[in-house]
Design a protein around this ligand. Sequence first.
Ligand SMILES: [Zn+2]
Length: 374
Amino acid sequence: MTAVPDPVELTRTLLRFDTVNPRSPERPCALHLAGLLERGGFAVTLHEFAPGRTSLVARTGSGSRPPICFAGHIDTVPLGAAPWSRDPFGGEIEGGRLYGRGSSDMKSGVAAFVCAVLEVACLSPGADLTLVVVAGEETGCEGSAHLARTAGALGPAGALVVGEPTGNAPLVGHKGALWLRARTRGVTAHGSMPERGVNAIYKAARAVARLEAYHFEVPPDPLLGSPTLNVGTIAGGLNVNSVPDEAVIGIDVRTIPAQRNEAVRADLGRLLGSEVELSTIVDVESLRTDAGHAWVKEVFDLAAARLGERSEPRAAPYFTDASLLTPAFGNVPTVILGPGELPLAHQTDEYCLVRRIEEAAGLYGELARRWCGA
Ligand SMILES: [Zn+2]
C-alpha cells in the first residue's frame, strides 16, 4: 500500500509538467499519474490520439455496480503574450494562492480527484471508481473524443463529475460548440482586369453579412440563455493587385440543449448557399443534467454543507469533456465541479486557491464514499 499524496502537492507536481497544447505533449504528465494510480491498485490503460498525446482511464472495484467517474484534462492553453510575474511551471504558493498555467484549469481538479479516489480505494477495497484523465481538451476535446470512439476504452459509469473550474459550486450543464470553416472559391485575374476573374472575397463578405444578420429560431434556455454566433477569423487574397481565388472565414457557434449541432450546421449550410464550402473544426454538444435527479441533489447538498452556502443550479458558457463522455456513458447524470476559479482560467498569472483544492478533495472523497456505500 502506498501513501496517498497530498492534493496541493500533487497539483504542484502536475504544474511542473509543461503540457501547453499542442506544443508540449501530455505523455510525461499522464505517465506520472498512471504510476501513482497503479501503485494505488488501479488498473490503468493509456490511449493516444496522436504520438505523445496520452489520455488514461483508471479503474478499480468489484464491478458489482456502475462506478462513479471523475474526469478532467491535463493539457493547458498557451501562456499568452503578456509576461508572467511568476514562473508558470514553478508551482509557487504565496498568500494562499498556487500559481501556474493550468492551476485553475484544471490540474488542481485532476490532483484533487486523484488523491480523493486513491484514499477511498485504499480504505474501502472494492469501491467502484473510474478516473478519466485526458489530453487535448483545450483544442476541442480530442482526447475524450478518441476515448468515446475506442470500443471498450471507457467502460461503464453511473454518474460523472468533471473537475473543471467552478470554485467548487456544482453546475448542471454547459453550452456546446460548433466551430466551422467556411471557404469560398473564385478565379484569379490581374487586379487591373477584375472582370476576367471571380472574387472569392466578395463571396466571403456576402457570407459574413448573412451570418451577422442571422437569428436562431429557438427559445432561450432557462439556464444558458440563447445560442450565439461569432465570425472570429477571415483570411483571403495573396496580393492587392490580384483577384483573390480563395477566402476562408472561421465561425464559432455556441449551442444550447434545445439544439443539435448537426441541425445547426445544416441550417447554416442552407443560409450560406452553394458559394460557400463548410467544414467542421470542433463539434461538441451542449450538456444538461436534470437538477432534480436524486444524485445531483445529493451533490448540491454535500457542496452546500462544505461551502457553507447553497448555490442554485447553474450552467457554464464553456464546453467540457462531458460533451463526449456523458453520451458515451449512456447520458448519465453529470455535474461540473472543481476547485479552480473560472475567471482565472486562461489568464496571465493564473492561480488556484489552496483551500479550494483541499475542499475539492474532501468533496470528491465524500461523493466517492457515498456512491460506493463506503
Ligand atoms: Zn478546462
